[in-house]
Design a protein around this ligand. Structure first.
Ligand code: HEM
Length: 415
C-alpha cells in the first residue's frame, strides 16, 4: 500500500484523537485560492492555532506567529527537506540551501552570504534606480501598463540577471521559463511533466554558463561559486548548478509579487501616495508593512524529524507541516489592528522573510528593490489607479502572484 496514504490516515486519526480541527485546506487545487490566496490563508486563522488538512497527502497547518517562529528556528526538530508539502505530486526538486538541514545548511548559507550582503546590495542600488527610472518613463509615455509584466518582473531581472551570469537581452524569456512552475499544479499538470520540463530548461541554461565560467571566470555569481570550497573541497558543478537555480528561483517572482500587491494597495490610497512624496522617510516602513501584509511566500513547509508532543498534539517522524506566514503576520497577539496598513507600525516583527536559520538570504536585496521602486516611481508618477481587473487571477505555488495588474497613470476621471 502507498506509504504516503498510510501516513496521512494515521496523522488524521491522531488529529481527531487530540481534538485538532480537520479541514480540507487545499491551496493547490481549491479554485478559491486562485481568486484570493492571501485572503484564504488569513481566513484559516479561524480553524485555530493548529489544524490538520486532509488535502493532498495530508499535512498539519500552523497559523500563529509564535508557533511559526519557534518551529522555523528549530532545525534539529524540523527538517526543511521538502518544499512542496501541499502538492499531491511534489516535483523532484531539491534546492540548496533551502532543502538542507544542519550541518550542511549552515556551510552553504555562509558561502552565499557575501553574494547578498549589505555592501553588494548598496552597489546594486544604482542599477535599480536607473532601471525604475527608465521603466517609469516608458509607462508615462504610454499612459498605462500591466504593472506585473511591464514593471515588477523587469526590475529584479534588470538588477540581478547579469549578476547571475545570464544575458539581460533574454530577460523576458528567462523570467517566463523560470516562473512557469508557479503556474502549474494538480489541475493543469497532474503528472508534473510540464513542471519537469521547465525545471530542466533552467538547468540547461545554467549548464552552459557554468561550463563557460569554468573555462573563463567572470565577475559574477557562477564564477564566485566555482571558486568556493566546503570542508576543503571545491563545490562540484552539480552543487553550483543547484545554487544558481535556487538564487534565480528565489530572486525574481518573489520580489515582483510583493511589488504588485503593494502597488495595488497604493493605487487605492491617495493619502498614502501623497505622504510618500511629502515624507519620504516613511518608505522603509511602508515596504515592511507590504512585506507583512503581502508576503510573496505565504506558506513554508517543514517535516517532523522525530516523534514529539507539540502542545498536546502527538506529531510523528515524517509528519508534514505547513506554516502560514501570512496568517502569522496578522496575529493579534503581535500586531494590533492587523488589517490596518500602517507604515508607522513599530516594532516590525513580521515573518514575511521567514525566521531562523532559513530566513530569506536575499532580504536586503528585496527590501532595497521595493524601496527604490516606491521612491523613483513616485518621484515621476505620483498618481495612478487600477484599470480593469476582470482578468485577474493568481498563481499559487510556493510563492503567490497576481497574474496581472493594469495601472493607469493620472487621477481617475470624476464620476
Ligand atoms: C519580497 C521578496 C522575497 C520574499 C517575500 C522572500 C521570502 C522568503 C521566505 C519566506 C523564505 C523561506 C524561509 C523558510 O523556509 O523558513 C526565503 C528563502 C530564501 N530566499 Fe527569499 N524572499 C524574497 C526575495 C529573495 C531574493 C531577492 C533572494 C535573492 C537571491 C532570495 C533568496 C532566498 C534564499 C537563497 C532562500 C533560502 C534560504 C535558506 O534556506 O537558507 N529571496 N525567502
Amino acid at each position: 500500500m502507498n506509504q504516503a496514504i498510510v501516513a496521512s490516515a494515521d496523522a488524521e486519526a491522531r488529529a481527531r484523537a487530540a481534538g485538532v480541527p480537520i479541514v480540507d485546506f487545499d491551496p493547490e487545487s481549491d479554485p478559491a485560492f486562485k481568486a484570493d490566496p492571501l485572503g484564504m490563508i488569513l481566513a484559516a486563522q479561524r480553524y485555530g492555532d493548529v489544524f490538520y488538512s486532509t488535502a493532498a497527502r495530508g499535512f498539519w497547518v500552523v497559523t500563529r506567529h509564535e508557533l511559526c517562529r519557534m518551529i522555523s528556528q528549530d532545525l534539529e526538530a524540523y527538517s526543511n527537506r521538502e518544499t512542496f508539502t501541499f502538492y499531491r505530486n511534489p516535483p523532484p526538486i531539491f534546492h540548496i540551501p533551502a532543502n538542507l538541514d544542519p550541518p550542511d545548511h549552515g556551510k552553504i548559507r555562509r558561502l552565499i552570504g557575501p553574494l547578498l550582503s549589505a555592501a553588494v546590495v548598496r552597489k546594486l542600488e544604482e542599477r535599480a534606480r536607473a532601471s525604475v527610472a527608465k521603466i517609469a518613463e516608458e509607462v508615462i509615455a504610454r499612459g498605462h501598463c500591466d504593472f506585473m509584466a511591464d514593471v515588477a518582473l523587469r526590475i529584479p531581472a534588470e538588477v540581478f540577471l547579469e549578476h547571475m551570469g545570464l544575458p539581460l537581452d533574454r530577460a523576458d524569456e528567462i523570467t517566463a521559463t523560470r516562473l512557469l512552475p508557479g503556474k502549474l499544479n494538480a489541475s493543469n499538470d497532474p503528472d508534473g511533466t510540464q513542471l519537469a520540463a521547465a525545471v530542466a530548461a533552467v538547468r540547461e541554461m545554467f549548464e552552459e554558463v557554468v561550463a563557460e565560467r569554468r573555462r573563463r571566470p567572470a565577475d559574477d555569481i557562477p564564477s564566485y561559486l566555482l571558486s568556493q570550497t566546503v570542508d576543503g573541497k571545491p563545490l562540484t558543478d552539480e552543487e553550483v548548478l543547484q545554487l544558481c537555480h535556487t538564487l534565480l528561483g528565489t530572486s525574481l517572482g518573489t520580489t515582483a509579487s510583493t511589488m504588485t500587491f503593494m502597488f495595488q494597495r497604493l493605487a487605492g490610497e491617495p493619502e498614502l501616495r501623497r505622504s510618500i512624496n511629502e515624507t519620504p522617510e516613511i518608505v522603509k516602513g511602508l515596504v515592511e508593512e507590504a512585506l507583512r501584509c503581502y508576503p510573496a511566500i505565504p506558506m513554508v513547509s517543514r517535516t517532523v524529524r522525530s516523534d514529539r508532543d507539540f502542545h498536546g498534539i502527538p506529531w510523528k517522524e515524517g509528519d508534514r507541516l505547513v506554516l502560514l506566514l501570512s496568517a502569522a503576520n496578522a496575529d493579534l497577539d503581535v500586531f494590533p489592528e492587523p488589517n490596518q496598513f500602517d507604515p508607522d507600525r513599530r516594532p516590525v516583527r513580521h515573518l514575511g522573510f521567514g525566521a531562523g536559520p532559513h530566513r530569506c538570504a536575499g532580504s536586503l536585496l528585496a527590501q532595497m528593490e521595493l524601496r527604490v521602486l516606491v521612491e523613483e516611481w513616485h518621484r515621476r508618477i505620483p498618481d495612478y489607479y487600477v484599470g480593469d481587473l476582470s482578468e485577474l487571477t493568481h498563481e499559487v505555488s510556493v510563492a503567490v502572484r497576481m497574474t496581472t495588474l493594469p495601472l493607469v497613470v493620472g487621477a481617475p476621471a470624476a464620476q
